[in-house]
Design a protein. Sequence first.
Length: 325
Amino acid sequence: MAQAGATGSAGPSGLAGSAGATGLAGVTGVAGSTGLMGAAGAAGSTGLAGAAGSAGATGSAGSPGAPGAMGSPGATGSPGATGSAGSIGLTGSAGPTGSAGSIGLTGAEGATGSTGLAGLAGATGSAGPIGLTGAAGATGSAGPTGLTGAAGATGSAGPTGLTGSTGSAGPTGPEGPPAIAAYAEFYALMPPDNAATVAPATPVQFPQNGPTTGVITRRGSSSSPEFVLPNIGTYRVAFSVSVDEPGQLVIALDSGKGMEELNYTVYGRATGTSQISGEALVRTTALKSALELRNPAGNTTALTITPVAGGTHAAAASIVIQQLG
């Protein structure tokens, strides 16, 4: 194959022709061998960019170039971190024995050893001379107490002592019962009192005050049918009431738990021709207890307190209370 000649000088650029229609891609030809590089021609003016040709095959690598000259040393870097300790090396062989040193100072005395076994008893020696009398020993502890001796004869009576001074007065004793028994009478006059009938569990009214010591009084209003027994003790209660119907009356006592009827104080009558009268002893267990006279609870008949009983004058109904002790 003929070698390529030297590249001639570039001719003037022709006018750009109109772009022709893109032809069909031809079959890629076999790559020819690379020819020798010709001498570089003078640079022509830049022509219009032609269409990009297909990439040629990659050429073989060239041989390495000669090493370049060694550069100047770089600056010293900062110290690296300390590495971990290496493993302990093998023990070296023993060196030769050195010469004996000078004698050291005497060491401290060692601890006393344990006592050895007792030796065999020696033969009994002859008795020595009697020694001097030793000092008196310490006093021994007291022996147990001896038995009690028989009682001695009674001595004669001594002279009478002087009379002692009068002692201080003792505390005041509890209050005794009243010297004069308290009493009071309360009554009603019909008419005009007790105009309404007395229903069961309802008290008879005694709104008028009779003779009294002022100790036994009413509870509440001045006409209350309940009477206060101020002291703990025994009281005599007597009553008399005229009624129209057969019926009963009973004493009720309030010692702090409400009125409770005393069943041993129920008095009554089966006809309508006599008064209902009664008398009983009442014992209190609390200060300021109270009592009343009532138509017993559970009865069915309301009682009419008789007005102008037996004549033309207002008839009385009364209750008398007297403290006995």
